[in-house]
Design a protein around this ligand. Sequence first.
Ligand SMILES: NC(=O)C1=CN([C@@H]2O[C@H](COP(=O)(O)OP(=O)(O)OC[C@H]3O[C@@H](n4cnc5c(N)ncnc54)[C@H](O)[C@@H]3O)[C@@H](O)[C@H]2O)C=CC1
Ligand SMILES: O=C(O)CCC(=O)C(=O)O
Length: 429
Amino acid sequence: MVSTSVRSLENHSPAHICPFDQACSYLEWAGKELKLDQGLLEILSHPRKVVTVSIPVKLDDGEVRVLAGHRVQHSDVLGPYKGGIRYHPAVTLREVSALAMLMTWKCALVGIPYGGAKGGIPIDPKRYSVGELERISRRYISELIKDIGPAVDIPAPDMGTSAREMAWMMDTYSVNVGHAVPGVVTGKPLSIGGSRGREMATGRGVMIVVREALADQGKSLVGVRVVIQGFGNVGCAAAELLHQEGAKVIAVSTGAGGVFSQTGLDIPALKAYAANNHKSVAGFPQATPISNADLLTLPCDVLIPAALENQITEENVHQVKAQIVAEAANGPVTLEANLSLEARGVTVLPDILANAGGVVVSYLEWVQGLSYVFWDEERVNREMEHLMVQAYRQVVQQSKARQVTLRLAAYTLGVGRVAQALTDRGLYP
Ligand SMILES: NC(=O)C1=CN([C@@H]2O[C@H](COP(=O)(O)OP(=O)(O)OC[C@H]3O[C@@H](n4cnc5c(N)ncnc54)[C@H](O)[C@@H]3O)[C@@H](O)[C@H]2O)C=CC1
Ligand SMILES: O=C(O)CCC(=O)C(=O)O
């Protein structure tokens, strides 16, 4: 099974592990378990549409730079394409294609009526001024104007983007079509139709599935030792909520390094420190510095990679000491490392389940916007928790029924539902 259009591209991913090959391997694995036809798998392994646009931008010093902006629409069988936009130097078309495919299985798994997409621009946003980022975001969306829309493709934040970029994108789209269209993006500020609870949603979803997995082992979150790689939107929210629930977050990191405390970090203080320290946790008092590599191998109960893909690989998997690995990031554990963890009895909560809280609240934001009725945060959190716990239970049930790990259970549910819809719609055979 080869997706020639995307696979023919060169791979520049960290650790030389191609995220798109990984995503196709997971698809193949699920397809084999489900005994899906090869032709059906062939369709599912190809993104429906791959768009790369040029983004000319005039920098503050007058230099003109032309950036590449990608948007990959993997599947719209279940509904409009849905997925975040990433600003990170390691963005490639292969990476975006892999992440788009994951979005398809994720939305199907949690039962929301969306397909999967992802976007990205290979830039380090820290190296651009706010004005430059605004010009880049607006031009990117202008170039994609015919490819997105509230019933077509709905972007959202991912690494390196936030409500601020979503507001620029919503405004650019709206100005182009001549009226306000809040439903074109999710993860917007509250002032223009954002949803309460979206900012914390992905981290909250991570906390919920970790809590459920611990409960299935007869444990609670209280006193559980947690290590988190990444302290951005997802990692910081997960740390805060786990801390509130009584877990002991003993180490966290950002790209600039991490901090460790055997007795548990003061997360509210660390959050305030990072906010005043260019989003970095390095140098936080009352904690010991730790490298990102050492952080991943700390003795702990729960390890939460919440940054980039391919962080736990064949190289370091044997040093991982956690009992539960919750994939808050997309694709942080490679296929081989995942098999090794599962063989050792480590519970791996797969990305398409563990980090689905974000897209679930994006869906709730879209629903609120389309119905012009906005909910309080308690209601948003309650609806999200219901969908997350339901998805977790279905994955556990599938895992028991098929005698497979949680990852394969989640993938068979997600892939199976898309395959069923494709067949019911008459798109296959
Ligand atoms: N924002 C969202 O709603 C969702 C995000 N995700 C995934 O979660 C992950 C994190 O996304 P966000 O928190 O939104 O991004 P973010 O940009 O807000 O934060 C990323 C964090 O990772 C850190 N980081 C970057 N490179 C690192 C490295 N080499 N080692 C350690 N830390 C590093 C950054 O310093 C930052 O703390 C990504 O994989 C993303 O796809 C998944 C679902 C939804
Ligand atoms: O909120 C969304 O629509 C997408 C979030 C996302 O990019 C992800 O779940 O990886």
